[in-house]
Design a protein around this ligand. Structure first.
Ligand code: AMP
Ligand code: ZN
Length: 432
């Protein structure tokens, strides 16, 4: 039932002692990096500052902007020779945040994923089909190595190519899958096209779903269509990727692995800790990272800690499913997108006006993005070929920026609604 019983059920007092000792080590070690070395000096931070876990509040927060500004190696705390792999966040936000790992970091990460998958019920006898993008994105390789560690047979299917996914699932009697929730819904329409019923025609018992926000209702819908159990998987590249927090068989909140991460929930306005159990922004400190320790990382994800212990016996606290974000980042098909990326690209294209609107839809289980763009009125008179060429160019430009092909509608100037004050850039119509 447990992958590592002593770690997963460790009593809180021992867990906190372990955290404190790892926190002290992490803070001392992080000082070797250019960024934290400089920050410690500026703020007069000494390694012996930390006497208790709450002393973490004396350390400044780290943000995505800090990571970007010190790109690529400003956060490295070991000799570069010790690094064995890099990953980055999904999407291309200009300079994507890059995370570097030592061999030991990868071993720790792999073990966390094995712990998660084992907790949800995966075993050595399973056939695991990983339908996530392999490469820089963490969902592919992260789960891959975790599953191999358990000893399951891994099908590294990668993302997309729905008919082949279904074929693989049927040919090799896949029992466990890892899938983005919106893709799971889309895939069900391909099953229907092929006159197949996933409940009858596949052997899948367990799915790991994550990488993007989804509601309880959406999870239940997926479980209903496929007849498997879907476990919520939360993570972010800055904290390795998946394997940060994961549901146990009770499917009631995600255990966040506190031997590896120190967890805080703060009020995103005042930046002060919230009351126990209250909602706020999740902030995390790595407790076992060698290559690139990160202190008090502001995830911008909103959640709360469930204060009651979980009946499953694991003592690591649970967070609730992610409620939203404190910034304007969108996640479409598992890819992170900032409206600013779209704005920047559009503004570089001659003929494009200053106003645009992003509309996200979910139709027939298919998520899509439409970008309405205001363009100069000359394009609408005479030969409409120019207009079509401009539309195609915008699609190309946006695709290379956000990795997803949007629909683009061109409209005349002053057609789109102007928000009062802050422009309304995004309308999200995605419902369960
Ligand atoms: P990345 O760094 O590209 O892996 O993106 C990480 C972000 O994806 C997180 O900060 C969350 O906003 C989002 N995310 C990942 N997993 C989940 C999940 N299970 N539920 C909701 N949001 C998620
Ligand atoms: Zn539990």
């Amino acid at each position: 039932m447990y992958w590592e019983k002593d770690v997963e059920t460790i009593d809180r007092k021992n867990l906190e002692e372990l955290q404190l000792s790892r926190l002290k080590d992490t803070i001392a070690h992080a000082g070797n990096s250019y960024y934290y070395g400089k920050t410690y000096k500026e703020k007069g931070i000494q390694a012996d500052l930390i006497k208790s876990l709450s002393d973490i509040q004396k350390i400044p927060f780290t943000t995505k902007d800090d990571l970007r500004e010190n790109w690529p190696y400003g956060f490295i705390s070991v000799n570069k020779d010790e690094l064995v792999r890099m990953h980055s966040s999904s999407g291309t936000t200009g300079r994507a945040t890059v995370i570097f790992h030592t061999a030991n970091d990868l071993a720790v990460w792999t073990n966390l994923l094995a712990r998660c998958m084992y907790m949800a019920g995966m075993r050595k006898s399973d056939v695991f089909q990983n339908m996530m993008t392999y490469g820089l994105f963490t969902g592919g390789l992260g789960f891959h190595y975790g599953a191999e560690k358990i000893g399951a047979m891994v099908i590294p299917a990668g993302a997309g190519n729905s008919k082949r996914q279904i074929q693989l699932m049927m040919d090799f009697a896949t029992t466990v899958v890892h899938v983005i929730p919106s893709y799971a819904l889309h895939l069900s329409t391909v099953f229907a096209e092929l006159n197949l019923d996933p409940r009858k025609d596949t052997n899948v018992k367990i799915a790991f779903v994550g990488a993007e926000p989804h509601t309880e209702k959406m999870r239940r819908k997926i479980e209903d269509i496929y007849g498997y159990k879907a476990f919520n998987s939360y993570g972010l590249s800055e904290m390795n990727g998946p394997g940060v927090a994961f549901e146990c068989p009770r499917q009631d909140g995600l255990h966040i692995w506190e031997d590896s991460f120190l967890v805080e929930i703060i009020d995103p306005e005042t930046l002060q800790p919230v009351a126990d159990g209250a909602e706020g922004e999740l902030v995390m400190t790595t407790l076992q990272r060698e290559g690139m320790p990160i202190l008090r990382y502001r995830t911008k994800d909103l959640t709360r800690i469930i204060p009651e212990p979980c009946p499953c016996g694991r003592t690591h606290r649970r967070i609730e499913r992610i409620k939203g974000r404190t910034d304007d980042m969108l996640i479409l098909k598992g890819v992170n997108i900032f409206p600013m990326q779209i704005e920047k690209r559009l503004m570089d294209i001659p003929g494009v006006g200053t106003n645009f609107l992003i509309i996200l839809d979910r139709q027939e289980f298919n998520d899509s993005m439409t970008v309405k763009v205001e363009v100069s009125k000359e394009y609408f008179s005479g030969d409409l070929k120019q207009l079509e060429m401009l539309r195609k160019k915008i699609i190309e430009e946006l695709k290379s920026e956000i990795l997803i092909t949007p629909k683009v509608d061109l409209v005349g100037l002053d057609i789109l609604p102007k928000g009062e004050g802050k422009a309304v850039r995004v309308i999200d119509n995605r419902k369960d």
